[in-house]
Design a protein around this ligand. Structure first.
Ligand SMILES: [Zn+2]
Length: 255
């Protein structure tokens, strides 16, 4: 990925001039609707406006869901654009959003979960996904790709970006979580150490995207864990604590 103006940008973005997409860093402050903004003096609304000014787009064209660790994929058009742009008031429940319309910035927030951006180049379909272990268990990534196909897209035309998220270095989980991933598709992403289990959730979600038919060479995977990354420091629930942590944004849209 490229790193410009404190935003991580997928390598493949340079092929598409009117596409705006990336992953924010803590420079932009808290981007999560449900979290308190503490690292900047700005409010959530001011953080979102600051991001939209940086991207040179109107802030009221942001769509941002109330994330509930579900497998709900929301379709966005002129009827619901702007919902969740500045606050939870009016935000729709869901953990992925998709659009085939222009001038809409889909935005999901993430700390230790896995953020994914999808772009179908022929029909100009964009999608943003937030996948924690519950989302991965329900395979929200595959469900979002299925929606892209339903509205006319093709798997082979999809570009994917997997942002910084939690890996087995930092993600200790119980057997209640591991049991969903102990199968042929994901067992290589489970590490056992001293009777404890660690899950590489980033690789699980990346595998789900490949199994959904997206070409490997079309996937830009950041690869580093957000919790222990040293190159760039990210907000992390595990690192910053459950009370204090804030969220970054993964965003995508055509303008
Ligand atoms: Zn780590």
């Amino acid at each position: 990925m490229l790193f410009k103006e404190n935003i991580l940008i997928p390598q493949w973005k340079k092929e598409f001039n009117n596409l705006i997409c990336g992953f924010t860093t803590p420079f932009f402050g808290n981007m999560a609707l449900t979290r308190r903004s503490v690292s900047t003096k700005r409010t959530l609304k001011e953080n979102r406006v600051f991001l939209s000014e940086t991207l040179n787009i109107p802030s009221n064209t942001i769509f941002s869901p109330r994330q509930t660790h579900s497998d709900t994929v929301l379709y966005v058009n002129d009827n619901n654009v702007g919902r969740g742009a500045y606050s939870l008031d009016g935000a729709q429940d869901g953990d992925a959003c998709i659009t085939d319309k222009k001038n809409i910035l889909l935005l999901v927030s993430w700390a230790d979960c896995i953020p994914v951006l999808l772009f179908e180049e022929e029909k100009g379909i964009c999608a943003a996904i937030h996948s924690g272990w519950r989302g991965a268990k329900e395979n929200i990534a595959a469900k979002t790709i299925k929606k892209i196909i339903e509205i006319g897209g093709k798997e082979s035309n999809i570009y994917a970006a997997v942002g910084p998220g939690i890996r087995d270095c930092c993600y200790k989980v119980g057997i209640d979580v591991i049991k969903y991933f102990e199968n042929d598709n994901y067992s290589e992403f489970i590490r056992k150490n001293d009777g404890e289990y660690y899950l590489d959730l980033q690789s699980v979600v990346c595998r789900q995207i490949i199994l959904s038919g997206v070409k490997k060479e079309n996937i830009d995977n950041y690869g580093e864990c957000n919790s222990c990354s040293t190159k760039i420091e990210f907000f992390s629930c595990r690192k910053d604590g459950k009370e204090k942590f804030e969220g970054q944004a993964a965003f995508i849209g055509i303008y």
